[in-house]
Design a binder for this molecule. Structure first.
Ligand code: NAD
Length: 290
């Protein structure tokens, strides 16, 4: 039997339609959610991601501004811009596109973003809150993966989920969100021996490695749900995931395509988090008397 290819386009467009409706009803109260995206340098892939984020904001009826800074921007200059955006009432979410140039500390930058405007859940306070199950914006890529599983009605509770990759951006928070959904979670990484023995036990297998086509059919249990977070540029110029899509097709139960599923879902979660941040900021404003 051949795997079902998860229809990312359909999931993303129905989710974004819901967000757009909520943005419109917020607009009726005079509030427009606003996202600021900062990019330092000229990394071509990052420029594409930033453009896609700004476009998605506009399509959803949100306000967006992109700050393109030169490669030689100092850390102090970047921190100053973040402080300005922290104090700007039009902006509800701030995202600093990674990677940053080597002379700028990502850790320092993330800590400067106001906790309530940290819409990608990078700030240590938000990471801590998510870890202990308190209310916080959920990290966009892992939250997108959970939404994909929910949209295709895959049960998560009690299932064995294996995450390949342990980065702070994807692997670790992915494991955490799967735990919050009551999965039994195993994390594999670059020092895991005989990885296929573990991945073959997965009902849900999430690959977040950054190595094109690493996951083959011998890593996959028959019928498993395979979610591919990886985005890798091949020598041919084409994009490929961390999963060898054609190879796993006969074994997996479901598989996500790359591009066109986790990537756009990540942006959708960014819109969702910005919208929620705008709602919270509206609630925090003192009521104006007529
Ligand atoms: P990273 O380099 O920070 O982390 C990679 C992880 O993979 C590490 O924890 C490492 O231990 C593990 N790893 C490396 N080689 C391995 C191997 N041979 N076997 C098992 N584990 C191995 O990368 P990241 O930021 O987590 O990103 C991972 C991938 O996801 C990249 O392709 C990235 O472009 C992509 N990504 C996609 C989105 C999206 O929106 N779709 C978002 C973020 C990252």
């Amino acid at each position: 039997m051949s795997a079902q290819i998860i229809n990312g386009k359909e999931i993303v467009s129905s989710y974004r339609a819901e967000i757009k409706e909520e943005v419109q009803s917020l607009a009726a109260q005079g509030i427009q959610p606003g996202l600021a995206v900062i990019i330092v340098g000229e990394d071509p892939a990052s420029l594409v991601y930033v453009r896609n984020k700004a476009k998605a904001c506009e399509e959803a009826g949100m306000y967006s501004e992109v700050h393109r800074l030169p490669e030689n921007t100092t850390e102090a200059e970047l921190l100053r811009l973040i402080r300005q955006l922290n104090g700007n009432p039009r902006i509800h979410g701030i995202l600093v596109q990674s990677p940053l140039p080597k002379h700028i500390s990502e850790e320092r930058v993330v800590e400067e973003i106001a906790v309530e405007k940290d819409v990608d859940c990078f700030h240590p306070v938000n990471v801590g809150n998510v870890t202990i199950g308190k209310d916080a914006p959920l990290p966009c890529t892992p939250a997108g993966v959970i939404q994909i599983l929910k949209k295709i009605n895959v049960p998560i509770a009690g299932k064995h989920a294996v995450v390949v990759g342990r980065s702070n951006i994807v692997g670790k928070p992915m494991a955490l969100l799967l735990l919050r959904e009551h999965a039994t979670v195993t994390v594999c990484h670059s020092r895991t021996p005989n990885m296929e023995e573990i991945t073959r036990q997965a009902d849900i297998l999430v690959a977040a490695v950054g190595k094109a086509k690493l996951i083959k059919k011998h890593h996959v249990k028959p019928g498993a749900v395979v979610i591919d977070v990886g985005i890798n540029r091949l020598e041919t110029g084409k994009l490929a995931g961390d999963v060898d899509f054609d190879d796993v097709l006969e074994t997996a139960g479901y598989v996500t395509p790359v591009p066109g599923c986790v990537g756009p879902m990540t942006i959708t979660m960014l819109l969702r988090n910005t919208l929620e941040a705008a709602k919270r900021s509206a609630q925090a404003q003192p009521a104006v008397k007529a």
